[in-house]
Design a binder for this molecule. Structure first.
Ligand code: NAD
Length: 497
């Protein structure tokens, strides 16, 4: 049995008496390994290691930190296939999709290679007679990251390269469902010359999370996962005096106006609805068809569904893999049952799919519902599977109101050839990331990623410029050197130079 340990001080750490959690190969439906589940003492060991490493890492010249980031960039680049393979083996997504995930994570490392420039402060000369003001950005200390199963390489890389380049030390708690990619990422960072303790990985579940939330030596926490847990992390972490950013779940709508290019819209709906089996926080799960767009669109989407190749992620020919666990597959199946029971029209039914030679795999085929209404659970809940719901509305105004009334606000898109309609959308929609004829509007690493409403808790989005702000504190320094003008005692606030 492949045992997945912790990573502390640039080496593996195993605790023979630890609890473990099973890790599966979702394509065959069998257990492939077991991950250690950290105790409070294991978390304390990792945090102590990161705390000890912090002073020297904070004082390491920013150019030396930059050189390590460049070496890391090269190592992740040259091992991208190994990381992708480990990712597909535990998550199930296709190798091609895994390679894309590694690429998007690598782009954050590339952004972090510019850290000397990104940490530059401001300077104002002569704000008063002989007085200058400057700002500097300093690291926070030990920062923790807690990440979801659906992007086991990219989401950790949204966090730790930024935090570490800024001079913090980092403890990562990856998802217990697919923990191996984090171990590879940590080993490569050690190979790049990162000192021991600067990046530790602790395998675990809610026990480890609760200890990180309570630990007095953890200064800040980045979380990405579902909304109920994000809310809990934010409330508990901030109550314990920590800086917290917590990104939550989503229900992303794609509006299709009658003037849209229907082939483009259908390609986009299928790609964004069923890519990674719908297990993406930016997946499209609701298509809002305005006016007579519905009939044409559903026909085009259904035809494309019939051509999709579902199979093991490791097969080159597969376009969509299995779901991550049997429990998750059963949950998604339950939503399809509920959709049928509530009266939605089932156009394509993924429950009947079997994959030859992989009968025990956690597969569900692409599923399409028409005539979905906002009171149905397939509309209200984040299903996180290959289930696309079409809601039909009479007007564009109704489509915008539907999205703005939704508690989530991660991503959304509009498909139209009308520039005025597109501009109205970008202006009025209450969602953090908006696509105009782009179904999954994920910003590149030099912008920041973050939704609105219940898709995020805290005031900082992740990576990019917000990442620099989140992982550093600003200090303002006001200087005056002795000069010939001695003003004497003055108890008032200065009014002018
Ligand atoms: P999850 O919330 O179940 O788990 C996320 C992390 O929290 C994991 O590390 C897990 O071990 C830990 N955790 C789970 N239950 C906990 C508890 N009760 N107490 C403390 N910690 C707990 O999420 P998931 O199923 O791994 O990932 C899917 C979710 O993540 C979806 O809701 C998806 O939308 C969301 N997500 C959001 C974004 C974003 O950027 N907004 C990105 C990726 C995924």
């Amino acid at each position: 049995m492949n045992r997945i340990p912790h990573w502390i001080d640039n080496t593996t750490y195993d605790d023979p008496s630890a609890r473990t959690s099973p890790v599966f190969d979702p394509a065959v439906g069998a257990q492939s390994g077991e991950a250690l589940m950290a105790s409070d003492a294991d978390v304390d060991r990792a945090v102590a290691s990161s705390l000890a490493a912090f002073p020297a890492w904070r004082d390491t010249p920013v150019t030396a930190r930059q050189r390590i980031m460049f070496r890391y960039r090269e190592l992740v680049d040259s091992h991208r296939y190994d990381i992708a393979k480990a990712l597909t083996a535990e998550h199930g997504k296709t190798i091609d999709d895994s390679l894309g995930e590694v690429q998007r994570g690598l782009e954050v490392v590339e952004f972090a290679c510019g850290i000397p420039h990104l940490l530059k402060g401001d300077f104002s000369e002569q704000v008063s007679t002989g007085v200058d003001t400057l700002t500097i950005r300093q690291p926070l200390g030990v920062v923790a990251g807690i990440t979801p199963f659906n992007f086991p390489a990219m989401v950790p890389m949204w966090m730790f390269p930024m935090a570490i380049a800024c001079g913090n030390t980092f403890v990562l708690k990856p998802s217990e469902k697919d923990p191996s990619p984090s171990m590879l990422l940590a080993e490569l960072f050690a190979d790049a010359g990162l000192p021991p303790g600067v990046f530790n990985v602790i395998q675990g579940d809610r026990v480890a999370v609760e200890r990180l939330l309570a630990h007095p030596d953890v200064s800040a926490l980045s979380f990405v996962g579902s909304t109920p847990i994000a809310r809990h992390i934010y409330a508990t972490g901030t109550a314990n005096g920590k800086r917290v950013q917590a990104l939550g779940g989503a229900k992303n709508h794609m509006v299709v106006l009658p003037d849209a290019d229907m082939d483009l819209a259908a390609d986009a709906a299928v790609s964004a609805g069923y890519g990674s089996a719908g297990e993406r926080c930016m997946a499209i799960s609701v298509v809002v068809a305005v006016g007579d767009a519905g009939d044409k669109l559903i026909e085009a989407v259904d035809q494309r569904i019939g051509e999709l190749r579902v199979g093991p992620g490791s097969d080159d020919g597969s376009q969509m893999g299995p779901l991550v666990t049997a429990a998750h597959r059963d949950r998604v199946r339950g939503y399809i049952d509920a959709g049928v029971a509530s009266g939605a029209a089932l156009v394509a039914d993924g429950r009947t799919l079997t994959v030859d030679g992989h009968e025990e795999g956690f597969f569900i085929g692409p599923t399409l519902f028409d005539s979905v209404t906002p009171d149905m659970s397939i509309y209200t809940d984040e299903i996180f599977g290959p289930v696309l719901s079409v809601v039909r509305v009479d007007s564009y105004t109704e489509a915008i109101e539907l999205i703005n009334d939704n508690p989530y606000g991660n991503g959304t898109a509009v498909f139209t050839n009308d520039g005025g309609a597109a501009r109205k959308f970008q202006n009025e929609i209450a969602v953090g990331m908006v696509g105009i004829n782009v179904p999954i509007p994920v910003p590149l690493s030099f912008y920041s990623f973050g939704g609105w409403k219940e898709s995020i808790f805290g005031s900082h989005a992740i990576y990019g410029p917000d990442g620099i702000h989140f992982y550093t504190r600003q200090k303002v320094v006001i200087t005056r050197w002795p000069d010939p003008i001695h003003r004497g005692v003055d108890l008032g606030f200065p009014q002018h130079g």
